[in-house]
Ligand binder design. Sequence first.
Ligand SMILES: [Zn+2]
Length: 195
Amino acid sequence: MLTLEQLQMKVPIPERNAINSGLNPPTVGEMVNLFGEPSPYKRTEGVPIDRMNRPLRDYMTTRNVGPFAMTGFVWFLWDWKRIFDEVRIIKPELIHFIRPFGCLNVRLQRGSTYKWSNHAFGMAADFGFNRTADERDGEFVERGMLELYRTGIPHKYDMFWAAEYKIEDSMHWDASTKLIQRYAHLMATKARFPF
Ligand SMILES: [Zn+2]
């Protein structure tokens, strides 16, 4: 079993274009087409949940996903709960030590005046093993995040790891294009909340 110190160590990023084979991150246009604008307030610092547009706002909730509680789009949370349940079986130390760094945040991408972050839809999540957020240095990732990726479980659930982005963001996981299609379908068919 890996110790917390080992999970916190920085290790080189794996080969970028092999990371998310078969998965793509959604564009802002695809997100808005499927779910609408998250809010009339377009800011980079984020606005409270009650300033979100319906119907998206009705799908935002707080749930225990295993290692901690998260607030975001209900089926995105459900998928992370199932991922963490599976990870716990093969790498319990990851579940024991992983920390949340945020899911829902109704804000634009840093430095943009119009492009929503996927966090604004509650369909992106940041995790880590250190007390502070991992630097986006383009070279190193936390060993714990690499281990989570290497289980293959987030990929199986169609989660896209942002270590592949041009400006590497290895704390960050997005719902892939496949996943957002499924989420849009669940909304359109008024499916019951999974938990
Ligand atoms: Zn993020």
